[in-house]
Design a binder for this molecule. Structure first.
Ligand code: FE2
Length: 295
């Protein structure tokens, strides 16, 4: 595999557009290793043990608890269309998952190796991150035929720090095409945007729902979005304030990706109101040190 180098031109393009696709960041072999690890995790998962999200009358409450305590675990979230009207799984588990998260980068060796690799570190050093930490990671399945749409949003709505310095890493483990739900971005939208809309913990402790939205979002027209289809192995950098979305996947091909976020912890404070917090007694792992290091 050719050597990876993040150039000044890459940096300038990312700062201009708010996103950047770097083709060939992962080799075919590296992509297949991550997909294989994912399949192994799903093989070993018993859907019955994750059926709290299936229950009907307490659906929202159970789902909230399940999500909110997933910070140091690998948990499984189903596509809506994979559940019948009684909340029962009605498809084979491998074809039914929307995502799993949020600690793959901590708990799985193959995912940890890619996340903390030297070539990954080199990108964030070039982007002037001083003490970057990784609050979360996810495997997004976007399964064939039923992969759900992701509505227009910015990531800072969900993962806020003050001042904000947040970049998403999005790694295509299969080709992402116009048919299977590739990403769409509004180029330059990160420059026009303040974080006026946030998902925060419900200020009333113990109340349901556990998280609420505050403020208003000013969305761009759909016409402003540009499709960014990419090949397997491409890394896409996503500025925390760039507007993006993806369509439903109604095609015959899945669109698996691995994604995580990087937040600056030097002179930037992670919001205590974010739904995602470090597990008790721990801190988010730092990108530039070994995986045991903490911020
Ligand atoms: Fe996003």
């Amino acid at each position: 595999m050719k050597e990876f180098k993040f150039t000044q031109a890459h940096k300038e393009k990312f700062e201009e557009d708010g996103f950047l696709a770097l083709e060939g960041f992962l080799s075919e072999t590296e992509c297949d290793k991550l997909r294989g690890e994912c399949m192994k995790i799903v093989d070993e998962m018993n859907p019955e043990e994750h059926n709290t999200v299936f229950s009907t009358d307490k659906h929202e409450q159970m789902e909230s608890n399940y999500l909110l305590t997933s910070n140091d675990k690998i948990r499984f979230f189903w596509e809506k269309e994979a559940l019948d009207e009684n909340g029962k799984l009605c498809l084979p588990k491998h074809q039914a998952l929307n995502k799993m998260g949020h600690a793959l980068h901590i708990l799985s060796d193959p995912f940890r190796e890619v996340t903390f690799s030297e070539k990954m570190q080199s990108i964030f050093k070039a982007l002037d991150f001083v003490k970057p930490a990784i609050p979360q990671s996810m495997y997004i399945f976007k399964p064939a035929k039923i992969g759900g749409e992701v509505n227009r949003h910015i990531d800072a709505t969900f993962l806020y720090s003050d001042p904000l310095k947040l970049v998403g890493v999005w790694l295509a483990l299969e080709d992402a095409t116009l048919n299977n739900g590739c990403m769409w971005f509004v180029p330059g939208s990160h420059k026009q945007c303040d974080v006026t809309y946030r998902m925060v913990m419900n200020p009333v402790e113990g109340a349901r729902p556990a998280t609420v939205f505050e403020g208003n979002m000013k969305h761009h027209d759909f016409d402003d979005y540009k499709a960014v289809p990419v090949k397997k192995g491409t890394l896409v950098l996503i500025h925390g304030m760039v507007h993006h979305r993806s369509n439903r996947n109604t095609s015959e091909s899945s669109r698996n990706i691995y994604t995580f976020h990087v937040t600056e912890t030097n002179d930037s404070k992670w919001s205590e109101r974010n739904w995602l917090q470090p597990a008790n007694g721990t801190k988010f792992p730092l990108l530039y040190e070994d995986s045991n290091a903490t911020s």
